[in-house]
Write a protein that binds this ligand. Structure first.
Ligand SMILES: [Zn+2]
Length: 141
């Protein structure tokens, strides 16, 4: 736990960017508020770790299973043509993956997604409807 880390503190800096959906095996799933890529989510490791190679093999495998599970739910919920995965973290060095649905007739098809286009935001009810759909397809116990 690092107090200055937004993923550890889970404070208003994180709330500004994303909405917590649920805990998974070793990570937490968030809906990204900027929705230029409809269904975009973030999967953040629960422990404060900077690099995948710093993780024990078992944790790394569980994290990958969490990501795969989220991607499968996104596919069922939003029917994208492809899902992109990205791990950056220069300024937020706590392992987290952007899980980004892409659509053939949508933005940046065939290219890298824009990290923060800062133009597509929804009302709370629409975020809630998306979250309910994701939860349904995550098949949580
Ligand atoms: Zn952290």
């Amino acid at each position: 736990m690092q107090r200055e880390c937004v993923f550890c503190s889970r404070d208003e800096r994180l709330d500004h960017l994303m909405i917590e959906i649920c805990e998974l095996s070793v990570s937490t799933l968030y809906l990204y508020k900027e929705q230029s890529y409809f269904g975009r989510c973030v999967v953040a490791l629960n422990d404060h770790q900077r690099e995948l190679f710093h993780l024990p093999e078992e944790t790394r495998a569980k994290l990958m299973e969490d990501i795969v599970r989220v991607a499968a739910a996104i596919e069922k919920a939003f029917l994208p043509d492809k899902i992109n995965y990205a791990m950056y973290g220069d300024t937020m060095p706590h392992i987290h993956f952007h899980v980004v649905p892409k659509y053939k007739d949508g933005e940046n098809w065939g290219n890298a997604f824009d990290f923060n286009p800062n133009r597509t935001y929804f009302q709370d009810e629409q975020y809630q409807a998306m979250i309910e759909k994701l939860i349904k397809y995550l098949e949580l116990p």
